[in-house]
Write a protein that binds this ligand. Sequence first.
Ligand code: NAP
Length: 281
Amino acid sequence: MSALVLDGKALAQKTEEELSARVAAMKDKSGGQTPILATILVGDDPASATYVKMKGNACRRIGMDSLQVELPSSTTTEQLLAKIEELNSNPNVHGILLQHPVPEQIDERACFDAIALEKDVDGVTCLGFGRMAMGEEAYGCATPKGIMRLLEAYNIELEGKHAVVVGRSPILGKPMAAMLLNANATVTICHSRTQDLAEHIRRADIVVGAVGRPEFIKAEWIKDGAVVVDAGYHPGGVGDIELGPLVERASAYTPVPGGVGPMTINTLIYQSVDSGEKKIG
Ligand code: NAP
């Protein structure tokens, strides 16, 4: 039997229709105000520039505005902190996205953490992470939260299941593990020093690949009927998991492309609309 395809592209499109209606309602009620997402791009990395452009386009598609801030690659931590402070104090800005990675002379953690909690719609601050992990209100980190929204939309059962997350980065693996734990999964987190990775993965009901290496997680390590979530995307259209043989053996999987990727930007704009509604009404 073929596995269920967890179609992030379709869910993102459907959600955009709902978000467009919410933005239109906000505009009507407020005399034309829309939520505004401020995006900050530091330096001239072409991939980062493309991501920021895609985020601006997503805002436009749902009728929301974005404020695009571009800073030179020579920007210092102090200069970036000053810009974030300015956006924190701007009442017309409802969300702030600092595109990662920033040039190496910048203290990225300090800059992420300078984003006001109520504008942290990308879910990158330590405060937001801590609150989310404790089950308190906070915007979730966009990629793992997008994965949770996708699993929920397809009614994937998490409670009591064994989830293995491969990767522990601050923007993906760690918050992913905390979100799965909050959903009552039993969670194993694997990383570069994990011994017997294949053995851990063999016991997984749900596998999340967040490693950053093409097809690093082999299909033969994954048991029949598992739910397979692949956050990776690499040239040639492959992810972090060897998906080909799993299309028949898994119970559900995220395709690459079209699975996790579209849900990340979708979650960013979803949370920006939430933030806008809190301020605009
Ligand atoms: P990252 O910061 O480079 O983290 C990679 C993680 O993989 C680290 O925790 C690392 O462990 C672990 N790892 C590396 N080699 C390993 C090994 N041999 N065995 C087990 N674990 C190993 O990457 P990231 O930002 O989390 O991204 C992960 C993937 O998700 C990438 O493919 C990226 O492109 C993708 N991604 C997609 C989106 C999206 O919107 N679709 C967003 C973000 C990321 P250590 O901690 O021990 O070093």
